[in-house]
Design a protein around this ligand. Sequence first.
Ligand code: PMP
Length: 412
Amino acid sequence: RREDVHYFGAGPAPLPTPVLEEAAKVLLNYNDTGIGITEISHRSPEANAILAHAQDALRQLLDIPAGDGPEGFQILFLQGGGSGEFSAVVYNLVSVWLAKRTKGLDETKAAEEVAKLRLDYLVTGSWSLKASQEAARLIGKEHVNIVTDSREHRNGKFGVIPSADTYKPSAIAADVALTYYCDNETVDGVEFQSAPEGENLVADMSSNFLSRKVDVRKHIAIFGGAQKNIGTTGITIAIISNKILPPHAAMADSVSMRRLGLSVGPVILDYPTVAKNNSLYNTLPIFDVWIAGRVMQRLLDASEGQTPRIATQQAESDKKARDLYAVLDGSDVYTVVPDKSVRSRMNLCFRIKGGDADAEKAFLKGAESRGLFGLKGHRSVGGIRASNYNAVSLAAVEKLIQYLKDFADGKA
Ligand code: PMP
């Protein structure tokens, strides 16, 4: 039974049971229309209301500036997951950079400019590494500058965020089409304490979206797949600054991109197209947007009077993580993998007896016998990973804490 199980998987992840119960009903009959929510048109009034609600809820939760001016941000719903955005940010921001830098130049001069194009990546874990590799694949590695590779600061393994004075950003800020970081590294359990500095800042918030306040204004693009803190797999949310959208920015056309040896991206990843069509350029999975909207509404309902509204969830997330780390730190049996200064509040990665495979197997087996599932570390790093997403209740965390204590005391 669902109520006998607590799931700590890294994503997809638990969703609030009341939302799923309501979802079961709307799948059959949405709002007394007699038609299921996955059957209605994405252009129907019902779908439009669902979309508008989800956008409004996110805007309130994270205090996202509105309006059409350069200080405003658009909220887009896309498909293709976090991985799709690894490509999308490159296509879009290179295009914006190119239009700006090569406007009115002849071909030779334009080519000279293109040689200067730089994309700055902070590599602090497997996901930012993947994103930087995608940039190199799309535009050539000569354009990708690794601002930091945290493995160089820790015996070849991820687990720290080096101090900013060791960073090597590209020398000329105007050459930088984007500075990329992953706010929370899901596999390695590393989370930024605050947004880094960088020209045209882009953040992957797939695994800590809606778990704390975000300095939205510091970024030009923030994205994340919905399937951890927000909803079901199938939609990706992007918060895009108007500064990189028309009329505030132009995009390079496909002819000039090709002439310069760069290709334009697929239209479904094109931010101006998606923004202009209010995320309805192609068929949007409205059911996924509805789920995200219900999840966000619950956060709003719980946070009356807070500014920003996400502060309530932040306090809960922080407390759950603090309590778990306190138990892990308090026992010799466990070793937390990442450095203390950058431990993720969302994905707690630890080893048992220095990585003893039998002990870790026994730990996972014992956990399952108590209804605690999804604790196995990512296949690339092994160990144990407890994901502490928003729908993981305080009660679930308490159960895990009791198990951690009992296992350490040999009582499990
Ligand atoms: N970024 C981060 C931080 C992730 O955790 C993940 C997936 N776990 C991704 C990107 C990739 O997302 P997707 O599987 O939706 O493409």
